[in-house]
Design a protein around this ligand. Structure first.
Ligand code: ADP
Ligand code: GLC
Length: 485
């Protein structure tokens, strides 16, 4: 039995701000239980619902380095053991993340606390699998500060990049202060770029915690093959392309799956009407009307209804959506946007709702219930991201018979097969050039197919539903990776 510990900053069902939580909460369930004991550790945020917090059992508490409190709580959920690192000072906010300056200290503490707690909780992992920058100091601590302790010797590490845009970056002075890592870690080529200008004082050098995760781990993975290639180039590598290229033999791109129990149009309790491929037509009509009623649009099962479910950030290609909104709204369509994030996008979508009240709805909020209803009730989903490590919304939408319209980049390229009208193949629409024109062109094609080629449209969305986006295939690739270590 191989023991694996996932370390991350969020996990469904406890706390979620994006796809990271979906992956960390669902992938552990997909492994062969006879061969793998996969457990997860996240911070014990106050933002976790009372219902869960009340069920947690306190395992241990102690003073790390004789000065900082660490509590360890445990909860078994859906067959998976979750541990929670408890510290009121760091995790008592109403949201999981603060600003970067404070988060560096909070997650440096978290990473060290996870390792410090391990000898006490009776679970010695063979492999620690750390996710994203918030857990990226785990492999660094393990291979430096903790190496002297025989308990830790031989533990292997995997580091998964979910988004290279966020790296936990500050100057050496601050990161050394919050992490108390030995100075040797801050040499150029380790947590600092090999191209660092060393003529300036060391405390001012630029330092990336994620670089540390990449350098000190046995293997690095990211969440699609295309993204694994893209981040080895300066355009997408955000300053880490050099180290990723250098480690490319140890860099795997493994595409994400989705939790088929949570995302199942046949059983989903959050939608108005359950449906399958066979009852798709009827299911879509009912869910569309329920969605329109809910968001205050006229009930009309015939109108082409386009959804967006997204963090409202520059990553997601919303600048393109803003450019086309006037043209799009001149068509016979509904556009329903669900998201929160940058004020500029929240405001612009509210503006378009005001301008086109009978067509556009800007649902500026985070709502899991509404997300399910949008996947079920829309005909198409827009994902025009500028970059996208994997993306889950286009996978969920395919499962719900909702046709994705995407920018052919990263995971979107790997998971949406473009519609080919001559061979009648494909599962969605995609555009290569990142431009508003290209996006509008694909939406036009989709709209035409929806209204004028009913049968082709129907087959297109059914092909999407037939695809298997569960963790079945990808969990086997992770098992293969673990077995090499
Ligand atoms: P990212 O992790 O970059 O935000 P993903 O596509 O991987 O993008 O995952 C996004 C996840 O968050 C999906 O499960 C999606 O349904 C969910 N989501 C995004 N925005 C919202 C929102 N406003 N309300 C509810 N769920 C949301
Ligand atoms: C990140 C990426 C997204 C990916 C998710 C889960 O948030 O932006 O593309 O699907 O992580 O891996």
């Amino acid at each position: 039995m191989k023991k694996i510990l996932f370390v991350a900053s969020e996990a469904v069902p406890f706390v979620k701000t994006g796809g990271l939580a979906d992956v960390v909460g669902s992938l552990p369930k997909a492994f062969d239980k006879k061969k793998y004991d996969v457990r997860v550790v996240i911070p014990n945020y106050h933002a976790i619902r009372e219902e869960f917090r009340n069920q947690m059992k306190t395992l241990y508490y102690f003073q790390m380095d004789n000065r900082i409190y660490v509590g360890v709580k445990e909860l078994v959920y859906d067959g998976i053991t979750f541990y929670f690192i408890d510290n009121e000072q760091y995790f008592s906010g109403i949201v999981p993340y603060y600003d970067m300056f404070q988060d560096l200290e909070r997650f440096a503490y978290f990473s060290k606390a996870v390792l410090s707690a391990l000898p006490l909780i009776g679970f010695r992992p063979d492999i620690i699998h750390a996710h994203d920058w918030q857990a990226s100091l785990v492999p660094v601590y393990l291979n430096t500060v903790f190496q002297g302790d025989p308990f830790f010797r031989g533990i292997r590490t995997v580091f998964t990049i979910h988004n290279i845009r966020f790296q936990g970056t500050w100057d050496v002075g601050h990161i050394q202060w919050v992490s108390a890592l030995p100075w040797e870690c801050f040499q150029p080529g380790l947590l600092v770029s090999p191209y660092q200008d060393t003529s300036i004082p060391r405390n001012s050098w630029n330092c990336s915690m994620m670089r540390g995760g990449i350098v000190y781990s046995d293997y690095v993975t990211t969440v699609s093959r295309s993204y694994a290639n893209e981040i080895q180039t300066p355009a997408f590598g955000d300053g880490l392309d050099d180290i990723l290229k250098w480690r490319s033999e140890r860099l795997w791109g493994i595409v994400n799956g989705i939790d088929y129990k949570i995302w199942d149009p046949g059983k989903d309790k959050k939608i108005a009407q359950n449906y399958s491929e066979k009852t798709l037509e009827e299911g879509k009509r009912k869910n569309k009307m329920a969605l329109q009623r809910l968001v205050g649009l006229d009930e009309n099962p015939d109108v082409f209804t386009i959804g967006i479910v997204s963090r409202l950030t520059d990553q997601k290609g919303l600048d393109l959506v803003n450019i086309i909104m006037d043209e799009l709204s001149s068509r016979y369509v509904n556009v329903i946007i669900l998201g929160t994030g940058a004020k500029c996008y929240e405001d612009s979508f509210r503006y378009f709702q005001g301008k086109y009240p009978d067509k556009v709805r800007a649902m500026i909020m985070y709502s899991d219930d509404l997300a399910h209803q949008i996947y079920a009730g829309c005909d198409a989903l827009l994902v025009p991201s500028a970059f996208e490590p994997c993306g889950l919304t286009q996978l969920i939408s395919q499962r719900y018979g909702t046709v994705p319209i995407v920018h052919a980049i990263g995971g979107l390229k790997d998971t949406v097969e473009p519609y080919n009208q001559f061979e009648e193949t494909g599962t969605g629409f995609s555009f290569d050039e990142y431009s508003a024109w290209a996006l509008m062109d694909r939406i036009n094609h989709a709209t035409w197919l929806y209204y004028d080629k009913k049968e082709s449209w129907d087959n297109l969305r059914k092909r999407g539903m037939e695809k298997d986006w569960s963790w079945k295939t990808s969990s086997k690739i992770y098992e293969d990776l673990y077995s090499r270590m």
